[in-house]
Design a protein around this ligand. Structure first.
Ligand code: ZN
Length: 305
């Protein structure tokens, strides 16, 4: 039986935000069945929860940012990836400030927090979205394709004209690939871009503590890389985080080349554009389980275009 999941108790994480460089904090709290992942700015009066859904993504420059009205929450992707890794369907994320803390630039601190909080099975079964036919998006040299498969797969590749990166690929297969194979992969950037990005008000909190930084030839972090192909593994991690913005587990095989947050949002939008592209399926198998009809209807309503 595949039940929806939340966390057992609240857990708080604090640290600086990557882009503004200011102290930020989040508290994850248990949420009821079919609530989904919700982000709520608690430092602003009367700020309503924002559903973690690709339709609420308002910016994809250097991070995935959710927004509603003039309220935004940025850099959600590594937390979303950890929530995917733990199979969490329902949680309220209270956020102090406009950014989720960057921590070490990977999803490990979020995974540690989720272990502390504990995972709680809920009474309703989990549904999934099965891809029924090939969907693709191309943006110049970047592309994303998703095809039918019996499980979620993310085949990520990058091709960077840099002596420490070059061509790398990583194939994540849900249920086969351990989440630990990607969870510690850190975000990365180039020294030559740092000044320009800082002038744009981005990565003000970026440092060797929370990102892999490269000069024109080498990795500058004294500790080196956590995996020889840490760059493409981080791409797979970002993709899993962003695909959780479907609001439902996807059963399909993604192939992503030079993808980023913009392309991840675009391929989800393309899938949801035509209901013939997908089917909502029950993942429950226990005949004695609670009737899934209510849950199915609630989920279908959330995905009505
Ligand atoms: Zn990332």
């Amino acid at each position: 039986m595949n039940f929806q999941r939340t966390i057992k108790k609240p857990v708080t994480l604090k640290g600086i935000g990557l882009h503004l460089g200011k102290e930020a904090a989040i508290t994850l709290k248990p949420a009821g069945v079919n609530q989904g992942i919700l982000f709520q700015r608690v430092d602003l009066a009367d700020s309503l929860p924002i559903e973690a859904n690709f339709r609420n993504v308002v910016n994809t420059q250097m991070a995935t940012t959710l927004g509603k009205g003039n309220v935004t929450v940025s850099t959600i992707e590594h937390l979303m990836a950890a929530l995917h890794g733990f199979g969490i369907d329902n949680v309220l994320v209270e956020v102090v400030g406009p950014e989720v803390p960057i921590l070490d630039g990977s999803s490990v601190p979020f995974c540690t927090a989720l272990k502390t909080a504990g995972v709680q099975n809920q009474s309703a079964p989990r549904t999934a979205l099965a891809i029924k036919r090939r969907v693709e998006v191309k943006l110049a040299e970047k592309w994303a394709v998703v095809e039918p498969s019996s499980r979620l797969e993310v085949h990520a590749s990058i091709d960077w004209d840099h002596p420490s990166i070059g061509f790398q690929e990583f194939h994540y297969v849900e249920g086969k690939t351990s989440f630990e194979e990607i969870s510690a992969a850190r975000t990365f950037g180039f020294l030559r871009d740092v000044e320009a990005l800082k002038k744009m008000g981005l990565i003000l909190g970026g440092s060797l503590e929370n990102a892999v930084v490269l000069d024109s030839a080498l990795v500058l972090n004294p500790e080196g890389l956590r995996y020889p192909d840490e760059f493409v593994r981080h791409k797979a991690l970002d993709a899993l985080g962003d695909f959780k913005l479907a609001g439902i587990q996807i059963v399909g095989s993604f192939k992503l080349h030079r993808a980023g947050h913009d392309l991840h949002r675009s391929i989800l939008a393309e899938v949801f554009k035509d209901p013939a592209n997908y089917e909502i399926i029950e993942t429950a198998t226990d005949a004695g389980a609670e009737a899934p009809a209510a849950s199915k209807i609630a989920v279908a309503a959330r995905f009505a275009v």
